[in-house]
Every structure is written in structure tokens, then in C-alpha cells.
Design a protein. Structure first.
Length: 254
């Protein structure tokens, strides 16, 4: 058995496009069934495991939702940002629900994997400084990378402050790997998330990032078939991969 809940509360929690008042109207129009029975009252108690249909569409209750977004450049990781498009603007109606937010940030001009969820506990675990969940980035540089980058970044380099007047910052050890096919391309695995960190690290070694994409969080790689701006719901059984401390070999994933 699942959790007992009012019908209107349950439906509204799963469908951002349906309010609790809408559920009452749908009941009056005989548009909601629970276990094959028409529901006349929106305040009726139902079980989250019940078979519920709303206007002909099956509603499967999920306490939380987890969404992989392939963020394009120009979109901000925020729930609201003036005139700029936000990551929530890219979520299709069938995945949208109240309380959805980006768990972590990417710069406006950076592409790649952003996790969207309404699970505050998971987000806290992911972003906690004590956790050090690895995040893998594909980087294209202005100039060819040098072998020295690997050792410098593995030691935990000191980078200049993010803004004028800021003091230097010490980074946690990071894993640099140069590409065998292009001497201006590489991957970098970070275990923290300082402001503009990837760009500042390469600036410190005399290079410049011209393209940046996050390709993995924890042990979960960005789906190769997911186009820029598209979303994919993450199965609940795979959520723990987001917290894994092992990094995936994303280049060899199918």
C-alpha cells in the first residue's frame, strides 16, 4: 500500500497544469476514475498506489521527479531570471510540476547536463561540500593543452579570485585528461563548484576556454541522444548514480 492522500492534492502534486480547484471541476464532469470507479468528490481519500485516470490519461504517483536536461547556451539555471529564458522554460508540460528547480548551476554560456528535481534532500546531498560529487566537463581550448596541466590540476591548484579584489582560492584536486584526437580538447573532472571554476583554472595555466559542456554528474553521463534543449526523465532506480563518487568513462558509453 502507498500513502493515503486527498484526490485533489494528489492530482495537483503530479500535474502542474491542474489545480485543486480544477480537480473538483473534473470530478463534476465525471472525468476522473480511481480503480475504475468514477470519483464524485475531489476531497475523497485515495491511495498513491491506486490506478488513477484523469480525463483519460493514466496518472502514476511519484513522490519526486528527476529530469536530465541538456542545457543550451543562453539559458540560465534559475527558476526566474527577468527576460532571460530559464531551464524551467524547457521542461515539457508532461514533466512539469510545482517545486521543480535546478540542482546546481551551469554558467549561461555553458552547455550540458543540468539536473532538475523537486527533491530538496537529494539536491542538498549532491551540493554539500562534504559530498564532493564529481562533475565531468568536455572542454575546447583556444590553444593546445600541455602535459603539465595534469599534474598541476591533480595537486589542487590555486586560482585567482573570481572578481577584482577577491583573494586567491585553493581548488580541490581535479582530473585532467587530454584528447588523443585533438590537442585543443580535453576533459576535466571537478569535485566542487566554484564560480566560473573551469574557465579560471585554464586561465591560470595560460589558456582560455572557448567551449564548455558538462557531460556527467556522478556516475551518470549525459544521454548522447538528448538534443540541446531536450529533457529526459531519470528512472528512480538510477537516481543514486548521481551521487556516486566514481566518474563514468563517458566517451565510451553507448
Amino acid at each position: 500500500m502507498g500513502e493515503k492522500m486527498r484526490l485533489d492534492r494528489l492530482v495537483a502534486s503530479q500535474r502542474a497544469d491542474i489545480s485543486r480547484a480544477d480537480v473538483k471541476k473534473l470530478c463534476l464532469k465525471k472525468k476522473i476514475t480511481v480503480n475504475g470507479k468514477l470519483m464524485a468528490r475531489s476531497d475523497a481519500k485515495v491511495d498513491t498506489d491506486d490506478e488513477i485516470y484523469v480525463d483519460g490519461a493514466r496518472l502514476v504517483y511519484k513522490k519526486h521527479i528527476y529530469i536530465m536536461l541538456n542545457k543550451p547556451a543562453g539559458v540560465v539555471c534559475s527558476t526566474k531570471e527577468g527576460d532571460s529564458r530559464t531551464v524551467l522554460d524547457l521542461v515539457p508540460a508532461e514533466l512539469m510540476r510545482d517545486g521543480l528547480f535546478p540542482a546546481g548551476r551551469l554558467d549561461k554560456d555553458t552547455e550540458g547536463f543540468v539536473l532538475l528535481t523537486d527533491d530538496g534532500e537529494l539536491s542538498h546531498r549532491m551540493l554539500s561540500p562534504k559530498t564532493h560529487v564529481p562533475k565531468t566537463y568536455f572542454v575546447r581550448l583556444e590553444k593546445p593543452w600541455e602535459e603539465s596541466y595534469k599534474e598541476v590540476m591533480a595537486e589542487g591548484m590555486v586560482i585567482d579570485g573570481a572578481r577584482a579584489g577577491d583573494g586567491e582560492e585553493k581548488c580541490l584536486p581535479a582530473e585532467f585528461e587530454g584528447s588523443d584526437e585533438n590537442d585543443c580538447e580535453c576533459t576535466l573532472v571537478l569535485h566542487e563548484g566554484k564560480f566560473h571554476q573551469v574557465k579560471r583554472m585554464f586561465e591560470k595555466v595560460g589558456n582560455k576556454v572557448v567551449y564548455l559542456k558538462r557531460v556527467a554528474i556522478g556516475e551518470m553521463a549525459l544521454d548522447r541522444d538528448l538534443a540541446l534543449g531536450e529533457c529526459l526523465e531519470i528512472l528512480h532506480k538510477d537516481v543514486e548514480k548521481l551521487l556516486a563518487l566514481k566518474t563514468p568513462d563517458w566517451q565510451n558509453l553507448d
